[in-house]
Design a protein around this ligand. Sequence first.
Ligand code: SF4
Length: 362
Amino acid sequence: MADELRHRKLAQTSEDPDASLLLSEDETISHDGPLVDSYGRHIKNLRISVTDKCNFRCVYCMPAEGLPWLPRADILTFEEITRIARVAVGLGIEQIRLTGGEPLVRRDIADLVAMLSAIPGLRSLSLTTNGVLLGRLARPLAEAGLTRINVSLDSLMREKFTQLTRRDALDQVLAGLEELEKYPTIHPIKINAVAMRGYTESEVLDFVALARRKAYSVRWIEFMPLDADQIWRKEDILTGGEIKDIIEAGYGPLVPVKTDDPSETARRYTFDDGVGEVGFINPVSEPFCRWCDRIRITAEGQLRTCLFAHTETDLRAVVRAGDDDEALAHAIRRAVWHKELKHHIGDKRFRRTTRSMSMIGG
Ligand code: SF4
């Protein structure tokens, strides 16, 4: 049913996004089947921002002076996060990823990991971090039940790293990765590098060497218009295709890694000799919205059904009003039903979202 719906719906909407909806809203919201949107996409992936604060000031994300932080009372407590997550898993969410700001600056974060990893039915619990606190936190995170991790690392050169993050902390991040390797229950270790023209090209082969030397999966993410300073320009994007060309010029043709999950955002490759893995996340040059299975919750409990959403659903209000789980589930289903078809980067309908990446979480 969902697949037949999806094909008919997407075939209809990709030609004319404003085409009328196939199923009535109530038909979708009231039934207790999987969490689907009006395009038939099954939503299985929830990203939860646990703080808007960060200890870095990456140029493609945050101003040097930082941003006005959210008052503590506005931020979801661990109990509120866990309740929302438990209800969401009950609706069909299988993967949860913790984000920020920088999630590891949230005090006692390992306690939250333990609370979430105890939710029955949750298949994977991951976290995206800048890695600078991993030296101290890798062990408690592993013991608390974290299963996967993404470490943001855009340069292996101290000077450029410091220029990009406005923090002289490359050594701590690399030491944090080394510490992480001691805990094989956290696997895979993914490295996410934001690809920017004029910054990334000269280090591509160094990152490849890292991926082949260590069991890290290195991926490049195209630069997206989510920076608080609004300096993003299309010409600053270095596409995944261009990076792949640089690698193939040095290593010969890359070998695609087969994946059975169409909603996976990375195009993954290995090398002729099978050593190492690299990937390309190309939301701008090769959008993957058609298979998007993701929704996000901000640190203050706003549900966003797309990274570039212009509307949000206030789940914190539902939780703090004392409403029951059914009301929470209904609010999530209704929001998902209205999930955006796609971003419009590069076309005339594109409007920047009012939140920067640090206020949404990756
Ligand atoms: S832009 Fe929105 S719809 Fe597209 S992949 Fe990202 S979150 Fe999904």
